[in-house]
Write a protein of this length. Structure first.
Length: 569
């Protein structure tokens, strides 16, 4: 089975004359403010609902009735170029910078001239923070359409395949399936959308196959999906080489949480291993950086640099065991060494330390939230101080103060469990409690300092105005820096590491892969990094229909992260 009849991508009606939404047809989005109060509450709620209702929202069983094509990608010379990018649907500047590079007819990196891929694999999290039609349009579809509005005359339309990540899963894949597997949209700009399920198989030259597995955020693989891939694997033999793509790098995540690798281990063991085919490469996104683990038999590559905030590399273990040592599995365990990462360890550590400047600068609503909370504690404590100690009035005045103190402790405890909650453990509980105690200590110090100043004795309403306008701002800034201290310390224990970097929203140090499968079966992987994304764009209204709508004003430099990775047949 192969792709159906070719369908031409829609011809753009016009080229935009400016960057207004009316001209572009979409609204360029700002990066998600992950530490805004609304977003924090929403993230916690989504994580809870996703873990509770994931099974009820799972639409993969229904996909058994969808077409089950096996796709084939081969160039005119018997070889094939494929691009891989993941974690792309965030702020416009980073997302479009990568989309722009992917869309160019060729890239020159060092001494290598690399043509655009015949296929583009999206490795998960095509939209942030939650999926719906509008967000997909503004954060992913619009930028990729603008980067490749059409193809040049006589060129084949490249295909775009998409694997869902955990953010695509927050609505049970509803919006994802409508966009990538429906019949109403057959392409995004010059890219075509050939897939009909949330997972797919692509046959490549030289007896290589790419299998993209949807394991619903590392939970399990459904029976219809296993049946699909078992039918695909019937074509395999001992000479077959396999690239397995999944939405999360569970091979390295399993170093902390062994169970997350279980579904991928089962897939390899039950579907691929019986055919004696070799899994030579595993690809994923989810962690927003580039990292490669390898041994003589297999490469394990994380490349989640498509546009979302940077995730650190300095905490990565130097070696890992796959399957993890604590995961019961009949699969023989192998040791893999960390061979490359981007950004490098020192730069990643420098990014971590920049939390003190970036957290208050990029999260003004967070300052307002913690400042409001500390001001409320001051007002409640002032009510207790002003009451007659031992009187019924004082007992009543203690109620709001005790409530607010309890709110602080509950909030910091929950914050320590916000991301990667599956880890659990004593370290999260201890750090959450100590974080809360630190905030109560800061509130006590602030209350004491305020009461030795004459401002608290100003006549009402000036005293209230001073408490809100002066104390609120100062306590908000102090509490924000206290959170920065906590995040930096907690990250050393692998707690709230994600929040340490999501709070900063670092848009630079992005990456993607360009793969070449030669006709003789040699696979070459080019890891491409972008140290600094473009932040200024100019419209190109006089350009050709196939040229990008927007071009970078500042330099957008693609470079090789490491030497090309060559796998011989």
């Amino acid at each position: 089975m192969v792709n159906g009849p070719e369908q031409a991508a829609p011809t753009p009606a016009h080229r935009p004359r400016d960057t207004t939404p009316a001209e572009l047809g979409f609204t360029p989005a700002s990066p998600v403010a992950w530490l805004s109060p609304v977003q924090l509450a929403g993230t916690g709620l989504r994580v809870a609902l996703s873990s509770i209702q994931g099974g009820y929202l799972d639409k993969r069983e229904l996909q058994a009735s969808f077409p089950d094509e096996v796709h084939r990608e081969t160039g005119p010379d018997g070889d094939c170029w494929i691009d891989f990018v993941a974690d792309l649907g965030d702020g416009f500047d980073a997302t479009y910078s990568i989309a722009y590079l992917l869309a160019q007819p060729q890239l020159t990196v060092g001494e290598h001239v690399l043509p655009r891929g015949r296929a583009l694999i999206l490795g998960g999290d095509e939209v942030y923070p939650t999926p719906n039609a509008e967000r997909y349009e503004n954060r992913m579809v619009g930028p990729y359409h603008a980067a490749l509005p059409a193809v040049a005359p006589g060129e084949d339309h490249p295909n775009m395949y998409a694997l869902p990540g955990n953010h695509d899963w927050y609505d049970g894949l509803t919006a994802f399936l409508r966009l990538f597997t429906g019949t109403r949209r057959t392409g995004i700009g010059g890219w075509r959308l050939p897939q009909h399920r949330s997972y797919f198989a692509v046959e490549l030259p030289g007896d290589w196959w790419l299998l993209a597995v949807d394991d619903q955020d590392s939970t399990y693989i459904d029976d219809p999906q296993l049946a699909y891939f078992s039918r695909v694997a019937a074509n395999f033999g001992p000479q077959t080489k396999v690239i397995v793509a999944s939405a999360s790098p569970t091979w390295v995540q399993g170093d902390d949480v062994p169970g997350v690798y279980a579904s991928l281990d089962y897939f390899v063991r039950s579907v691929i291993a019986p055919t004696e085919a070799q899994v030579r490469v595993m690809l994923s996104g989810d962690w927003h950086h580039y990292a490669r683990y390898g041994n003589d038999e297999r490469e394990l590559i994380t490349c989640g640099g498509g546009g979302a905030y940077l995730f650190p590399t300095h905490q990565l273990p130097e070696t890992i065991e796959v399957p993890p040592a604590d995961l019961p599995s009949p699969t023989p365990r192998e040791t893999f060494s960390l061979r490359s990462r981007f950004p490098g360890k020192r730069l990643s550590q420098a990014y971590a330390a920049s939390i003190f400047a970036r957290l208050p600068k990029d999260n003004p609503s967070f300052i307002a939230m913690v400042g409001t909370l500390h001001t409320a504690i001051l007002l409640a404590a002032s009510g207790v101080i002003k009451s007659d100690f031992g009187s019924p009035l004082q007992k009543f005045a203690l109620v709001p103060l005790v409530f607010l103190m309890s709110l602080v402790m509950a909030g910091t405890y929950a914050f320590a469990h916000l991301s990667d909650s599956v880890l659990g453990g004593l370290r999260r509980r201890v750090l959450g409690v100590l974080h809360g105690i630190a905030h109560l200590g800061l509130a006590a110090l602030g209350t004491w300092a305020w009461w030795i100043l004459p401002l608290h004795a100003w006549p009402w309403p000036w005293s209230l105005i001073a408490e809100i306008g002066i104390y609120g701002v100062l306590s908000g800034l102090a509490a924000t820096e206290l959170v920065a201290v906590y995040l930096l310390i907690a990250a050393r224990f692998n707690v709230n590491l994600n929040e340490l970097f999501s709070a900063q929203g670092i848009v630079d140090s992005k990456s993607f892969l360009r793969l070449h499968v030669a006709a003789d079966g040699t696979l070459t992987i080019y890891p491409i990094g972008v140290r600094k994304v473009s932040r200024s764009w100019r419209v190109t209204p006089e350009g050709q229909p196939h040229e990008s709508w927007l071009a970078p004003q500042d330099k957008l430099h693609a470079r090789l992260i490491e030497n090309p990775i060559v796998l011989k047949p």
